[in-house]
Unconditional design. Structure first.
Length: 528
């Protein structure tokens, strides 16, 4: 069934088209999967967040080149007390329907991000309440001092309160449920572009918002953006070679040499602050679909360690990833505060040692286990899981691999329906608390354990995470983060694989800035 949604009112669209200059440039790009939603507080997904940033804006954002925090909808901020930050709102900003941005919209949006159905509570960690001071200023009141508040705010985008109320979208869409709200398929922000059309899994068309406050300083000459999700690697590359698209976010690794040698194309590489890893169900007393009845092998540290030891990381990097990966034993990449060389050490590859551990745990013949992976989210995700399935078979573990597209995979694992699963975790805050709170903190309020879908629980880890949330001594805080990352390694809460190295392929007439968060900055794209 096909869905077509014209999201701009006719009058707004007509005004937009009339405002386009004669030298208007269209930017056509592609990657493997579609965005999961247009609701900016629903599904915390890196691809979606990057697209949302073209339509909606946050109070602060990262500079594309320096990654320093810079003003966006807030022009300034100051500390009133260790638990009170005052922000001044940019004046004259309008939503794309012409209505003015107000402090009430900010208060509403930050509260919406804290709603029960929001997947963005991890970014509101430490916020107690948001209070309007006057027409231009508002305060964020904290439960305790939070040294990464500004980093968190880069991913909390501001929505119109009146638009959300009018369209019955006061609460974010529940990412785990099928029910939709209006904001899932429609959008109205203050950003440089507006949604003209979204046909899920087919096409997303954005057009220039002529009323955006930032055009005077923007370097971009793009007036239309067309995004096409193309699952097939060969088809994505063919689209770039034929000129059907200008840019591919995730070119196939086997085609890179050919793309690099093409005189009308260019490829730029960069390390992403995203770590690919496997999570494991450490909660159920019996794993669904396993031949082991009455107990869960994954609860045994020896089993988890054996699974890690059986993975030939060097082979994955060399063969499956064609060198475009940084093997790691850590849950975060080197760009992230808390990472250390010691934490990064992998459990050595040792098939015989893994067999011995399984035997000690009571599984000398191995066991059967469900294994779920996405097939269009990370670089060679399905191929990685296929290779690991073979590696695990060498120690007697019969992983029953099933692969799913992004749009069904993430709701599935969030419903705790996978025994072993793949996840890739980028760190928008560049601080390990974001990963620890989401992935290894026991499930709780305000983002705690929101992607701890294996339901790992460790009182020592919880205590470290809670201490880190409130610690203002930055040196001590970093030490606590490193300690927590080491505890994740010691308990094999997850099995880290590698940090992604991201190649972007494009026509030579396209100018972009490669970012460690693997997203395009719409303010600086130029098509010559």
């Amino acid at each position: 069934m096909k869905f077509t949604f014209a999201l701009l009112p006719a009058a707004v669209l007509a005004a937009t088209l009339a405002a386009l200059p004669a030298h208007a440039k269209t930017f056509k790009w592609a990657s493997a999967s579609d965005i999961p939603t247009l609701d900016v507080h629903s599904q915390n997904n890196a691809l979606g967040n990057g697209v949302h940033a073209a339509i909606y804006e946050s109070l602060v954002y990262y500079n594309s080149k320096t990654f320093k925090i810079e003003p966006q909808l807030a022009v300034s901020w100051k500390e009133i007390s260790p638990t009170q930050m005052r922000f001044t709102l940019r004046q004259g900003v309008k939503f794309s329907d012409g209505s003015p941005l107000t402090v009430d919209d900010v208060v509403f949006s930050l509260n919406r991000a804290m709603a029960k159905t929001s997947n963005y509570a991890v970014y509101t960690q430490g916020i107690d309440k948001v209070v309007a001071v006057d027409a231009q200023n508002f305060d964020i009141i904290l439960k305790a001092p939070n040294p990464v508040l500004l980093n968190q705010l880069t991913e909390l985008r501001i929505m119109s309160k009146s638009w959300a109320e009018k369209n019955k979208s006061v609460e974010p869409k529940d990412a785990k449920a099928k029910e939709e709200n209006f904001a899932h398929r429609n959008a109205m922000g203050t950003g440089p572009f507006m949604v003209q059309l979204w046909q899920p899994d087919q096409k997303l068309v954005l057009v220039k918002n002529p009323g955006w406050w930032g055009w005077a300083t923007s370097k971009s000459n793009v007036t239309e953006i067309i995004y096409t999700p193309i699952k097939s690697e060969a088809t994505r590359v063919a689209a770039l070679l034929s000129g059907e698209v200008d840019f591919v976010l995730d070119p196939s690794l086997q085609d890179l040499a050919r793309l690099r040698s093409n005189t009308v194309l260019k490829v730029i590489d960069g390390a992403e602050n995203r770590t690919i890893f496997f999570g494991m169900d450490q909660y159920r007393d019996e794993l669904p679909g396993s031949n082991i009845k009455g107990k869960n092998p994954l609860k045994d540290l020896r089993v988890r360690k054996a699974l890690s030891m059986a993975i030939d990381s060097a082979s994955l990097t060399r063969v499956t990833m064609r060198g475009l990966a940084q093997p790691t034993g850590a849950l975060v990449a080197p760009q992230v505060n808390g990472w250390s060389k010691e934490v990064d050490k992998r459990i050595p590859y040792d098939v015989e040692g893994a067999k011995k551990l399984l035997a000690e745990a009571g599984y000398p013949d191995g066991f059967e286990v469900d294994f779920a992976c996405p097939n269009n989210r990370y670089i060679n995700d399905e191929q990685i899981c296929q290779a690991v399935t073979v590696m695990w078979s060498k120690i007697g573990v019969k992983a029953k691999l099933r692969t799913l597209p992004l749009v069904t995979y993430f709701p599935m694992i969030q419903r705790n329906e996978a025994s072993i699963y793949m996840l890739g975790w980028g760190v928008p805050t560049f601080d390990a608390l974001y990963s620890l709170q989401s992935l290894v903190r026991s499930v709780g309020a305000q983002g705690d354990g929101n992607y701890n879908v294996g339901r790992y629980s460790n009182p020592q880890m919880d205590a470290l995470v809670e201490r880190t949330k409130k610690e203002t001594d930055l040196k001590l805080r970093t030490q606590l983060l490193t300690q927590a990352l080491q505890l994740q390694n010691d308990t094999v809460a997850h099995i880290p694989l590698h940090n992604q190295v991201i190649p972007w392929a494009m026509k030579k007439n396209v100018e972009v800035v490669h970012r460690a968060d693997n997203r395009l900055d719409w303010r600086v794209i130029v098509v010559n």
